[in-house]
Structures are given as C-alpha cells and as structure tokens.
Design a binder for this molecule. Structure first.
Ligand code: NDP
Ligand code: GDR
Length: 344
C-alpha cells in the first residue's frame, strides 16, 4: 500500500485520479485550497468523498513551507501535481497570479522534495498549450514549444524545472504533456462543458442561445478518465521521462457543437461568417448559437493534435474513448443535471 499526494483534488483530473489510485489500494492525500466555501462536488459525484483511505488536506501551491509540511506529515512516496490556475482565458487577465501558481507553484514542490526526501516521485501536469503556435503537425515530445498565453508560458517554466530537477538532482520527475481532456466533471468555463451544459439547457427550454468565441479553433479532445491512467503509468515506470498523451484526432469547436446537438437530438445548421456566424435549429428556425467577441482571446492557439506513440510504446497507454462517446456522455450528464436543476 502506497501513500500518495494529489494536489488539486477539487479539480476534474484530481477527482478521477483519486478514484483510480483508491481503486488501486493507495492511501490518498488530496489537497484543496482554503476558500470561503470549498466545493467537493466532483469527489462527491464519484462517491469517493467518504472513502476511508482518502484524506483531504489544506494546501496552497504558492506556499513553500506548506509544501514541506505536506511531504513531512504524509510521508508520501508519490506526488501528482495537478493544481494550477488552469484557465487560459483568465491567464490573460491575471498573468502574475497565473505565473505564481502555475509556474512557481511546481517549483515549491520540487524544492520541498529536494529538502524532505529526494526519492519521492513527482508528476507534473504539463500541457499541449506549450506548443501554442505549432511548429509541427502532429505534435510530439520533441516538437519545439511556442506558448501563446501567460498560462502556456508558466506551464513551460514548470515543465523545464521538472526536467532540470531530474537532471540536476536525480529526482524522479516526469512531465505529462497532456492534450485537452474533458468529461462530465469538466469545469463549465471550458468550451466543451460550456457547450454540453448550454445545449442541455436549450434542449430543456431553459435557455435560448449559447454564446461562443472562436469556432474555428481545433483541439485534440480526449476523455479525462483515460488520461489519469497515463499519469499513474508515468510514475510506475522504471525511469522518469516526458510523454505526450493525446488522441491524434483534431476537430473544431464548431464540430463539437454539432456533435453535442446530435447527442441532444437537435439538428443544427450553420449560416454566416466570422462574427455574424450563427447556429440555427433547423426544426424551429431559431438561432441557438451566436458569436460574442468577448470570448475571443488576445492570442489564440489555432490547432492542436498530438501523437501519443511514445506513451503507447513505453507505457502501454492508449486512449479508449472516442470523441463521439465522450460528447454523448457529457450531454447526457448535463441533461440529467439540468432536469433536476442541479448543475455545477
Ligand atoms: P481544474 O482547473 O479542474 O483543477 C485545478 C485544481 O487546482 C483545482 O483543484 C484548484 O482548486 C487547484 N488550485 C488552483 N490554484 C491553487 C493553488 N494556489 N494552490 C492549490 N491548489 C490550487 O484543472 P484540471 O483538473 O482540468 O487539470 C489538472 C491539471 O492538468 C492542471 O494543472 C491543468 O493546468 C493541467 N492540464 C489540464 C488539461 C485538461 O485538458 N484538463 C490538459 C493539460 C494540462 P480550486 O478548486 O480551489 O480552484
Ligand atoms: P484550452 O481550453 O484553452 O484549450 O485549455 P478551452 O476549452 O478554454 O478552449 C478551447 C478552445 O475553444 C475556444 N473557444 C472558447 N473557449 C472557452 N473557454 N469559452 C468560449 O466561449 C469559447 N469559444 C471558443 C478557445 O478560444 C480555445 O481555442 C484547456 C485547459 O484545460 C488548460 O488547462 C489545458 O492545459 C489545455 O486545455 C490543454
């Protein structure tokens, strides 16, 4: 039985990873932030919030002394660092906070590992956003980086710090360059969940229009539950390394809307161009999707598609869920939640 730490257990990946590691018989210390009203809806929805091997501990990634105490008191042997200011849009408005949490935060943990116990294994949640303005298609571990947001820049710093602590101090630090992964537990500020939640509301007559930004952005979307298994595999490997987890398929935001409508039994047709583009419900003739420029970003990542060949070869990891299955799962969950008037 191992003792492991997951930072950011209140987030999407933290919840799924906790579920997986508990199933594997680990003792899990999941960290959450002190706020006026802490929200554990995800681990509640997964039914693991009262698991006897799950311990919830307060922790802030920006406080190195609390990182040191966390490692000392738990005596954990693995740390999965999932905590971050993870919303790209917000990073343009709060670049300094994003740098402190998402960039320096992981360094606090790496330093704490160096001080408390350099044998602790460390997983860093890196991201395809580091590829930004892409330099090759598809992207792999050796593709040059070109981040396009304060979030991407901060993550790139943490990615290189993980490699630097691996090479300088022999710390088992692995970095997973994960492409977008979604689920019914995704935050509603991210585009897929915003779409499935709004389409569910439109289907139920609780809302008229879904407003979006750039419909042409292309993303490689996978299922979060598949991806947390890849994180675990990285820390069970013989040596630390960097791995891409992705599906090697890319679709536009517009395609995802069409897919979500199909799952909700709505037939959508697209009319107009650029800011005038509209999605029309062909049964009623009503506009159900419109563009609001406030959702455009100052710099956009137009196209992401990752090749996870290395993870398949070395870790035996592969995505198992298709985008259609994922989208349907999300729409069905949001229809259920909105029907009973409960939706986080
Ligand atoms: P979420 O935004 O759902 O979760 C982020 C977590 O970090 C939350 O638990 C949040 O707590 C916590 N957190 C934020 N700031 C701090 C802080 N200062 N101290 C401690 N905890 C903090 O992200 P995901 O679960 O989607 O992603 C997990 C990680 O993977 C993130 O690092 C993200 O950047 C990265 N990533 C995600 C991808 C994706 O597609 N989902 C792809 C690639 C990388 P609170 O609930 O209090 O806000
Ligand atoms: P992303 O995810 O920025 O890729 O970061 P997000 O879902 O926010 O955006 C994806 C694309 O959709 C476009 N878009 C909109 N996005 C949002 N949020 N809201 C809108 O209304 C909207 N309209 C169009 C965006 O411009 C973008 O191109 C996610 C996060 O989980 C990061 O933490 C993670 O590192 C990366 O995925 C991989």
């Amino acid at each position: 039985m191992k003792t492991v730490i997951i930072t950011g257990i209140t987030g999407q990946d933290g919840a799924y990873l906790a579920q997986l590691l508990l199933e594997k018989g680990n003792v899990v210390y999941g960290t959450y932030r002190r706020t006026s009203s802490v929200n554990f809806w995800r681990i509640e929805e997964l039914g693991i919030d009262k698991h006897p091997n799950l311990h919830l501990v307060e922790f802030d990634l920006t406080d190195m002394s609390s990182a040191i105490r966390l490692l000392q008191t738990t005596e954990a042997t693995e740390v999965y660092n999932l905590a971050a200011q993870s919303f790209v849009g917000v990073s343009f408005d709060q670049p300094v906070t994003t740098a402190e949490i998402t960039g320096i935060g992981p360094l606090n943990l790496l330093e704490a590992i160096r001080i408390v116990n350099p044998k602790i294994r460390f997983y860093q949640a890196s991201t395809s956003e580091m590829f930004g303005k892409v330099q090759a298609i598809p992207q792999i571990e050796s593709t040059p980086f070109y981040p396009r947001s304060p979030y991407g820049v901060a993550k790139l710093y943490a990615h290189w710090m993980t490699i630097n602590y691996r090479e300088s101090y022999g710390i088992f630090g692995s970095s997973g360059i994960l492409f977008n992964h979604e689920s019914p537990l995704r935050g509603r500020e991210f585009v897929t969940r915003k779409i499935t939640d709004n389409i569910a509301k439109i289907k139920l007559g609780k809302q008229n229009v879904l407003e979006l930004g750039n419909l042409d952005a292309k993303r490689d979307w996978g299922y979060a539950k598949d991806y947390v298994e890849g994180m675990w595999r990285m820390l069970q490997a013989d040596k630390p390394d960097t791995y891409v987890l992705a599906t090697n398929r890319t679709e536009t935001v517009r395609d995802f809307v069409t897919m979500a409508c199909k799952a909700a039994d709505i037939s959508i047709v697209w009319e107009g161009k650029n800011e005038q583009e509209r999605g029309i419900d062909s049964a009623t003739g009503k506009t159900i999707v419109a563009i609001n420029p406030k959702f455009y970003r100052p710099a956009e990542v137009e196209l992401l598609i990752g090749n996870p060949e290395k993870a398949k070869r070395e870790l035996g990891w592969e995505p198992k869920t298709t985008l259609e299955e994922l989208c349907r799962m999300m729409v069905e969950a949001d229809l259920r939640r909105n029907e009973i008037g409960f939706s986080f």
